[in-house]
Ligand binder design. Structure first.
Ligand code: MN
Length: 209
């Protein structure tokens, strides 16, 4: 995966139709090949005249938005955010999904009371986003799991929160298959969560990987 300028749109880690029938092939083509590609192109264009930032990773750019030149900040927020959020979203999908295991399963039980209770809370968060954005499962500074939302292509990174899962609730993520029914898209998303990868993300957040 390209970690710095010039960013490249790496192929999905599975076939476009791998998430059928939960997330459709056409949506995956558009989402990866058009939407993510546009964020990558815009980010490369933005960084082209700034050689001093061309070795920075997405995470470094996003953590340090406030210290970037003022004229770069909005563009980095939207486009580095758009690249980070989409790569993270695609990486954390898998069909068949499986069930949470290991440390993450235990933490979900402790924090939310169980998987079903977690799903209800995550779904409510996804439905609560007005307009475009994401719901997130994150690890906070105290090492505890939390659910939060971000608007547009904002990420939890500048808040010092470490992502475990993200749920893209932009209409482009679901409109072709689910029309305006975000709730049915979210129910389908739960069927293709890559819990194995989420466990790795969780351990990384705790400093274990
Ligand atoms: Mn999207």
């Amino acid at each position: 995966m390209s970690v710095q300028y010039p960013f490249v749109n790496e192929p999905l880690p599975y076939a476009y139709d791998a998430l059928e029938p939960y997330i459709d092939e056409k949506t995956m083509h558009l989402h990866h090949d058009k939407h993510l590609q546009t964020y990558i192109d815009n980010l490369n264009k933005l960084l082209e005249p700034y050689s001093q930032f061309q070795e920075w990773s997405l995470e470094e750019l996003l953590f340090n938005i406030a210290s970037l030149p003022a004229e770069l900040q909005t563009g980095v927020r939207n486009n580095a955010g758009g690249v980070f959020n989409h790569r993270f979203y695609f990486e954390n999908l898998k069909n068949p999904s499986g069930e949470p295991t290991g440390m993450l399963a235990k933490a979900i039980k402790e924090e939310f009371g169980g998987l079903e209770a977690f799903k209800e809370k995550m779904k409510a968060a996804g439905l609560s986003v007005f307009g475009s954005g994401y719901a997130w499962l994150v690890v906070d500074a105290l090492g505890r799991l939390a659910i939060m939302t971000t608007a547009n292509q904002d990420t939890p990174l500048p808040l010092g929160l470490c992502p475990v899962l993200n749920l893209d609730v932009w209409e482009h993520a679901y409109y072709l298959k689910n029309y305006n029914m975000r709730a049915s898209y979210i129910d389908n998303w739960f069927k293709v969560v890559n819990w194995e990868q989420a466990e790795k993300n969780y351990r990384f957040c705790l400093g274990m990987e």
